[in-house]
Ligand binder design. Structure first.
Ligand code: HEC
Ligand code: HEC
Length: 353
């Protein structure tokens, strides 16, 4: 081979490579706004049927198939109670509300009640809804003795199937939402009859003084407050679009009550355990005691009357968690036992020996 021929080899090689790359690029180039080229069409088009259309595949000519006899959807829970009085009585015995009566459950229950029930039964369940005002036969009070005597299961059955002029709501309201409405209806009934037994927040034994004050507060807290205020009052539960982003912690209540030492806290616990709240003392046990009493009153009020969680972005959505109203459900003593429990949560520094 001549020297010039040898020199030409890399040039030829480079040209061949450039052409190969060019062809490769051309082959993979495509306009993604257009359908792809179909080279082998085997799997590009499936034989799926269009609903309601005729099928050439199935012998009966129907493209929509019926599930084999005896099968149910994975998420279907059976409801073995037939419509009518007997089914209702059985549902009353056999069903319990599967949801706890937490604030979100009640808030959703209220929303649904206002959407589906209010126009007949009225905003407070007194039977004076907008429709009922024009057609009295549709106004039926739900806060009377007879309705209060219904069990949760019976109410659930009534909402599911209806009765007489009341339509069934199973088709509009999913099952869990119907249970939320049951909780909300119970709340309306309690509201109309405050003298009636409150929710069983504590059993009678737990309510006796044999349980220590702080232990009682702790039981109440774990059952009713922890879901929002966090374990041992440490807070941190997210509350989207709430001013402070998370539900307030309660383990620093002592500081906010101006209780300065664990000794002072012990003194307050003794006063609270007497069951008469914090008295205005003629001889205050420590200099800031009157500030403690004032803060104690305001904390009691938030617990009894609830509070709306303010929005960070006023145009944004409502924060999902608000401080519920506990009046009528917690006694004054219950609230005192909660305050006592909060005082013990403060991380007091070890006293020097
Ligand atoms: C169209 C009006 C109407 C709507 C809407 C309606 N109800 Fe009723 N409801 C009635 C009437 C009327 C009765 C009484 C039925 C009868 O005479 O047996 C009744 C009865 C009841 C009862 C039985 C009360 C008792 O003491 O026996 C319950 C509980 C009840 N409704 C709850 C609800 C709930 C919860 C909703 C919303 C999901 C709702 N209702 C929606 C009209 C309505
Ligand atoms: C559904 C959630 C929720 C539950 C349950 C709940 N709280 Fe609250 N709580 C809140 C929110 C939200 C706030 C803040 C409201 C505000 O910004 O004023 C709050 C505020 C408070 C405050 C005032 C704290 C402060 O920093 O101002 C106290 C005290 C309190 N809750 C005690 C309780 C007690 C006691 C219970 C149980 C009996 C309880 N909470 C149950 C959501 C809840």
């Amino acid at each position: 081979m001549s020297p010039s021929g040898i020199r030409r080899i890399p040039v030829l090689f480079a040209a061949a490579l450039a052409i190969a790359i060019g062809c490769g690029l051309l082959a993979t180039w495509r306009d993604f706004s257009e359908p792809n080229w179909e080279t082998f069409t085997d799997m590009d088009r499936g034989p799926a049927s269009i609903s309601q259309s005729r099928s050439a595949f199935f012998a009966d000519g129907l493209s929509m198939r019926v599930p084999p006899a005896g099968t149910v959807p994975v998420d279907l829970a059976p409801f073995p109670y037939p419509p009518g009085g007997t089914g209702r009585t059985l549902a009353g015995r056999g069903l319990a509300n599967p949801l706890p009566p937490t604030f979100p459950v009640l808030a959703r229950g209220r929303e649904l009640y206002e959407r589906f029930c209010d126009h007949c039964h009225g905003p407070w369940g007194a039977g004076d809804g907008a429709v009922a005002v024009r057609e009295p036969a549709l106004g039926y009070a739900l806060n009377g003795q007879a309705s209060r005597a219904l069990s949760d299961g019976e109410i659930f059955h009534l909402v599911t199937f209806g009765r007489a002029a009341m339509p069934g709501h199973a088709a509009q309201i999913p099952r869990e939402d119907r249970w939320r409405i049951v909780h909300y209806l119970r709340a309306l009934q309690r509201e109309a009859n405050p003298e009636e037994a409150p929710l069983p927040l504590l059993t009678p034994q737990e309510r006796t003084k044999t349980t220590s004050w702080v232990a009682r507060g702790k039981t109440l807290y774990t059952r009713n407050c922890q879901a929002c205020h966090g374990e041992e009052g440490r807070g941190g539960v997210p509350n989207p679009n709430y001013l402070k982003a998370t539900v307030p912690a309660l383990d620093l209540v002592a500081e906010r009550m101006f209780v300065g030492s664990s000794d002072d806290a012990q003194g307050i616990l003794v006063l609270l355990a007497e069951g008469r709240g914090l008295p205005d003392a003629k001889e205050p046990p420590y200099p800031l005691y009157s500030a403690t009493v004032a803060k104690y009153q305001s904390i009691r009020q938030v617990i009894l009357d609830g509070n709306e969680a303010g929005r960070k972005d006023p145009a944004g959505r409502e924060p999902p968690l608000h401080m519920p109203v506990w009046r009528g459900r917690l006694s004054e003593e219950d609230v005192d036992s909660l305050v006592a429990y909060f005082l013990t949560l403060y991380p007091w520094e070890e006293e020097d020996e």
